[in-house]
Each structure stands twice: as structure tokens, then as C-alpha cells.
Write a protein of this length. Structure first.
Length: 491
């Protein structure tokens, strides 16, 4: 049984980690100061040390150097807040195995500890392990993106995508990645980074759609103390944190015009100023951006600077939606199931045959993100060897048979009891050619319209007036279409 020593002056954090790690089979002890931690290390000889970066009597770098002086092979994992990430990367260069950011995620903690026990005390940077910094939202400085690693198949659509990645990765070109929400754009960007010469440097992912207009400049470029009301301390921006590595700007078209102007200078001159600053900061970064709409079209509409678009457009990659990768869906499904099994400590073997048929006919509006969530939910609900249809969301199993009641859409939150709607395997298996009748052509047409309506309703958060605008029809026509679908199913 591996012994983990926790060094943290937060008593509650120590207790939480002690309970969690003990339940997962580790022997755990903890100290509330750096001095006490060093004493306990000498007495107990732990296998791993989990150490907070900021302690009352010392800092992570000083403590790390003392630990390495006494026990050079000791794996040390640093716990750090968002504002300390740059310092954490510096500490890793001095021998830390890895760092994890607050808030702490159970799966991330366990994975990092398991890597430390198998790889020993070599540092992440020295052992060619990628340093990744994911900034998911400017609204919460502690928000952390934990997207699953992408799977690349050497055949079909993925084969073409992989060829493009392998072609552009070794260069320093800026890249635009196009794709629907949830299709894996960030993972493609990470893959480009990992296959580039910058692979041992930071990868910083920024969701531009989550940046408010007021805070976007500060989030990207940082700010000086007193630059604006509330700027009580100097802040290092995301671009500066990525120095030497790769910055990924997701949904870049959401940036304000003012921020685009500042970003143009970064692209052209590789220089920037913090908000309120007067000193130029040199940047050595590769920029990868992503969008779910064509940036050229956005630029022509005057919503995105055309000169910035041309700077970014040195190379572009289109990530196809999941519905166009039918042959890869079950590969992803089994991959996500394997991760869910590990997290939930289950041993689910696979899926009943009807699920594979459903997955290949379903439209997947949420793409890979939706598939991952569906698998996680199903794994949680499943107590048998294989995942069955009843473990899947109602709207998925009944995606071709959802009922419209009068003027209202029957959402998952208001579904009737199971025996009042179809939820069986026969509901998702297409009829064979011998069962074709005069209803089939009409049914195909209505089903196609229905899928379009459902997508519009989801985009409008089930607001029918907004959905009608998306569909470019009036509200009354939308009601009639919904009523037509209900009558067709009732007939």
C-alpha cells in the first residue's frame, strides 16, 4: 500500500484528502506546515508527497528544494490555485512531478498519483510530459477544463484529419479549426501541440465565449495593479502564461472588436502590453483558434476583423460532426465506457445490439460531448453486464417518436410514466423493405422535418417563438408542424 504525505495548512483540505485517498486504498498522513512535513518525511518515508504551493511558513519552491535535497527520487505533486500556475510550472522545472489545480477533481488526483507511483520522481518537464494549462472561464478563476483525450483512427474521415494534423503540427503556422460545438476542436488543438516542437511547453486553452466584454482584455493580456477599479494586484494574462507554448482560442469570433485590435498586434509583432501597462512583453507563442462558423463569413458581415482572419488563416482544419462518423461512434462509445468504468469502479462489458443501431441513427446534436455524457449516465445507472436502452435518456431512445402535446413540447423533465410511451428496442430498429407501405414516404418527410424542429428547439432552449425564428417560419406554422407530427404518430 503506497503511503501519501499531504502537506497543507488548510485543515479541512487535509481531512477531505485523507478520507478520499484512504477510501481508494492509500495510507495517508498529513502535516499543516512545511517544517512539520519535512520532519514527517524523515520519520515515515512516504512514497509520494502532495504539497500545497502556498504554506504559512514557506512556499512550494523552497519546500520542494529541501525535499529533493534529502530525497532526490521523491515524487512531489504540487497543489496550486489558478493565479499560481506560472510559478507551478517553474517549480516543475526544479523537480516537481506534476501539479494539480484547485478546485480538485477526484479523477484527476487519482490519475496524477497513479502516474507518480508508476513513473517515479522524474519531473514532468524533464520526462517529456506535456504541461497543460486549461482556462475554461473568466467568470471563475478556479474553473478547469477536463476534456477527454481525443481518439484518432488511421482510416476514413479520421485518417484525413490525422494527415492534416501531422502535416501542420511541426510548423509554427497559426491554425483555424472549424467544427460544431462538442465535436472535439480543443482535443485536435492539443494533438497539434503534442506533435509540435513546443510539446514540452504550456498549452493554454481559453473559451472566448465565456469571457465577458469587460474582462476579456484582462484575462488575455493580464493587468497591472490599479489599472481599473478592482485591480488590487498585478495579474498575468493567459497569453503570457502560454509563452513558449501554444494558446488555443475557442470560439474566437466572440471577442470584442477592441480585443481583436490588441490581438492583431500580438499576431503581427509577438508583443503585448498588460492592461494599464506601458512595458512591451515579448511573446513566443503559437496561436490556434476555433470557431463553429466560418470566420470569413463573420468577417464579411463586419463582426470580425478581416486582417486578423487572414493572419490566423495560415492553415485550416474542419472537424466533422459525430453524425458523419458513423463507423467511429462505437469506438468512442467503448472508449468513454472504459473511462466511466474506471471512475465508477464498475466492470460493464459493452452495449446491447439495439444501442449500436440507435447510436448510428441518432443525430448527435451535442457531438462527442453529448456521447460522453450519455455513456457516463448510462454507466452510472447500469448494474448488469451490458448497458441497455432503459439506461439511455428518454429523448434519445424516442428521438423519432417524441410526442408534441398541443402547443407544447414534451421535454424530458415532463415525460409521462414509462408505460405511456414507446421505450423498447423495436422503437429504434428501422423497418425492412418488406414492411414498406404508403405511409413510409410521408413518414420520412415528417421525420426529417421533426429532426430539424428538435434541433431548433434545443438551440432556443425550447422557446417556441425563438425556435420559429431560427426555422424562418412563424409561430403558428411551427405549432401546426408539431401537431402534424403528433397526428402522424397517433395514426
Amino acid at each position: 500500500m503506497e503511503h501519501i504525505l499531504i502537506i497543507d495548512d488548510d485543515v479541512d483540505m487535509c481531512m477531505l484528502l485523507h478520507r478520499f485517498l484512504s477510501r481508494n486504498g492509500y495510507e495517508v498522513s498529513y502535516a499543516h506546515s512545511g517544517k512539520k512535513g519535512l520532519e514527517m518525511m524523515d520519520m515515515q518515508s512516504p512514497d509520494i508527497i502532495l504539497c500545497d504551493f502556498r504554506l504559512q511558513d514557506t512556499d512550494g519552491k523552497t519546500l520542494l528544494l529541501k525535499i529533493k535535497e534529502k530525497k532526490p527520487a521523491m515524487p512531489v505533486i504540487i497543489i496550486t490555485g489558478y493565479s499560481d500556475i506560472k510559478m507551478a510550472v517553474d517549480v516543475m522545472k526544479n523537480g516537481a512531478f506534476d501539479y494539480i489545480t484547485k478546485p480538485l477533481f477526484p479523477e484527476e488526483i487519482l490519475q496524477t498519483i497513479k502516474k507518480a507511483t508508476t513513473q517515479g520522481g522524474s519531473t514532468s518537464l524533464d520526462s517529456n510530459k506535456n504541461t497543460r494549462i486549461n482556462i475554461a472561464s473568466a467568470k471563475s478563476e478556479n474553473a478547469l477544463s477536463t476534456d477527454t483525450k481525443y481518439i484518432f483512427s488511421p482510416e476514413g474521415v479520421f485518417g484525413d484529419l490525422l494527415k492534416q494534423i501531422n502535416l501542420v503540427a511541426p510548423t509554427n503556422y497559426s491554425v483555424i479549426i472549424y467544427g460544431e460545438s462538442g465535436s472535439g476542436k480543443e482535443s485536435v488543438a492539443q494533438h497539434i501541440h503534442e506533435k509540435s516542437k513546443r510539446c514540452n511547453q504550456p498549452f493554454v486553452a481559453i473559451d472566448c465565449g465565456a469571457l465577458s466584454k469587460e474582462l476579456a482584455g484582462s484575462e488575455l493580456f493580464g493587468h497591472e495593479k490599479g489599472a481599473f477599479t478592482g485591480a488590487l494586484n498585478q495579474k498575468i494574462g493567459s497569453l503570457e502564461l502560454a509563452n513558449g507554448g501554444t494558446v488555443f482560442l475557442d470560439e474566437v469570433s466572440n471577442l470584442s472588436y477592441e480585443v481583436q485590435i490588441s490581438l492583431l498586434r500580438v499576431v503581427q509583432e509577438r508583443k503585448m502590453k498588460r492592461v494599464g501597462g506601458i512595458k512591451d512583453i515579448e511573446l513566443d507563442i503559437r496561436i490556434i483558434v476555433a470557431s463553429n462558423e466560418m470566420l470569413y463569413d463573420v468577417a464579411r458581415k463586419g463582426k470580425f476583423r478581416e486582417d486578423l482572419y487572414h493572419r490566423f488563416n495560415e492553415f485550416s482544419i474542419v472537424v466533422p460532426p459525430l453524425r458523419k462518423r458513423k463507423n467511429d461512434i462505437m469506438v468512442f462509445a467503448h472508449f468513454f465506457l472504459k473511462k466511466a468504468n474506471a471512475e465508477l469502479q464498475k466492470n460493464i462489458v459493452g452495449f446491447v445490439p439495439a444501442i449500436e443501431q440507435l447510436f448510428k441513427t441518432y443525430n448527435w446534436p451535442g457531438n462527442l460531448r453529448e456521447l460522453k455524457n450519455v455513456i457516463n449516465r448510462a454507466a452510472l445507472l447500469t448494474e448488469t453486464e451490458n448497458i441497455e436502452l432503459l439506461a439511455l435518456p428518454f429523448e434519445m431512445v424516442n428521438h423519432g417518436k417524441l410526442l408534441f402535446e398541443g402547443s407544447g413540447f414534451l421535454s424530458q423533465d415532463s415525460v409521462p410514466a414509462e408505460d405511456s410511451f414507446i421505450h423498447t428496442e423495436r422503437n429504434i430498429i428501422h423497418s425492412n423493405s418488406s414492411e414498406i407501405n404508403e405511409h413510409s414516404l410521408k413518414g420520412a418527410s415528417i421525420d426529417a422535418e421533426y429532426e430539424t424542429i428538435v434541433i431548433a428547439l434545443k438551440k432556443a432552449n425550447y422557446n417556441k417563438s425563438k425556435a420559429a425564428k431560427i426555422l424562418n417560419i412563424d409561430r403558428k406554422t411551427l405549432y401546426n408542424k408539431m401537431k402534424e407530427y403528433k397526428e402522424f404518430n397517433d395514426g
